[in-house]
Design a binder for this molecule. Structure first.
Ligand code: NAP
Length: 315
């Protein structure tokens, strides 16, 4: 395969960010695009030199000769679009969240298995270069002893915006799964967990505190207070070294003399939306080789992240 032809579904903010990366990767060619509001698809087609604009998802799947598809639609639409596309058997990249309910995700996994469709979910923070460097700094000294993820949302602001009600009601799946997924990215699979959930205003919770032990033996905590300004952060506790990402895009490591040194991100994470370049490289490789490399996660692997979100929402 010389150039990989990609079909794009969705023409919003995140589609733009992916297209900037696709344009920079020489082996990828965005060949066709469709979106709910066609004028937006036409605009992106013009900016990013996409050959054809299709009237609907059905039109695109019927008439566009693609090697892979990107589903970049709104969070509440991903499940429906994915259900339509998985039976095609073409490799699919799905923006996060893959679904807003565990049962929906499980049905997507079944479809992917039935039609042997290679797929990848876009938890882009897995690809941050500073995360890889931070992990190496910890591993140089020994095992990861513990980690703390803080996933405070700006819900006082988010809930006043234009986000659909269904997405707001499922915010823990729609957005908080970014930080919940980082528990598994850094810690591996969870062996034991205790969860406390409080509901100030939201039915599915807006304050979450959890402590856990991972299969590796590391200990972890997750804290999220949706009405308290705090932002997202991760702290990794190693043997004689601590690595801190606060915000997630800025890393430091702290030695036993309590001296802090900065972890410098790679250029691709400065030029593009962080994580997006390596994430798209991984999707390209999935299309070419049929294999999903680390730190990529497919639909079936993302079940555990959505299961954790469900545990938090249940309390
Ligand atoms: N990885 C990250 O860091 C990150 C960051 C932000 C967002 N996201 C994810 O990326 C996705 C898109 O977010 P966004 O910020 O780009 O949203 P957005 O600006 O609202 O764009 C979504 C686009 O998808 C189109 N669309 C919606 N439903 C569709 C359907 N059924 N068929 C075809 N097109 C459809 C929308 O059309 P209209 O113009 O008609 O609405 C719009 O063009 C979301 O799932 C979100 O969770 C990821």
């Amino acid at each position: 395969m010389s150039k990989v032809n990609l079909g794009i579904i969705g023409a919003g903010e995140i589609a733009k960010e992916h297209l900037k990366v696709i344009q920079a990767l020489n082996d990828l060619n965005p060949i066709g695009i469709t979106s709910r509001t066609l004028s937006k698809a036409k605009e992106l087609a013009k900016t990013f030199r996409i050959k054809d604009v299709y009237n609907s998802v059905g039109d695109l799947t019927k008439n566009c000769e693609m090697d892979g598809i990107l589903i970049l639609v709104s969070a509440d639409q991903i499940y429906g679009v994915a259900k339509e596309l998985l039976p095609l058997g073409l490799p699919i990249f799905l923006e996060k969240p893959p679904a807003l309910k565990l049962s929906q995700l499980k049905s997507l996994v079944k479809l992917a298995e039935k039609y042997e469709t290679k797929n990848m979910v876009g938890y882009n923070r897995r690809y941050y270069s500073i995360f890889m460097k931070g992990q190496e700094i910890i591993q140089k000294q020994g095992d990861l002893l513990g980690l703390a993820v803080e996933g405070h949302e700006r819900f006082w602001k988010t809930s006043r915006g234009v986000i659909p009600k269904k997405v707001l009601e499922n915010w823990i799946y729609a957005n908080s799964t970014h930080t919940i997924d980082l528990l598994r990215f850094f810690g591996g699979e969870v062996k034991k967990i205790n969860v406390l959930t409080k509901r100030i205003k939201e039915k599915k919770g807006d304050q979450f505190v959890a402590s856990m032990e991972f299969q590796s033996g590391s200990l972890g905590t997750y804290t999220s207070h949706w009405y308290s300004p705090g932002g997202w952060s991760v702290t990794l506790f190693g043997d004689g070294v601590t690595v801190k990402f606060k915000p997630l895009e800025k890393g430091v490591f702290i030695d036993t003399n309590l001296i802090e040194s900065e972890i410098i991100p790679d250029n691709v994470d400065i030029t593009f939306k962080p994580g997006f370049y390596r994430q798209m490289e991984n999707f390209s490789s999935l299309i070419k080789t049929g294999k999903l490399n680390r730190p990529g996660e497919d639909l079936s692997q993302s079940i555990m992240t959505i299961e954790l979100a469900e545990m938090f929402a249940r309390g």
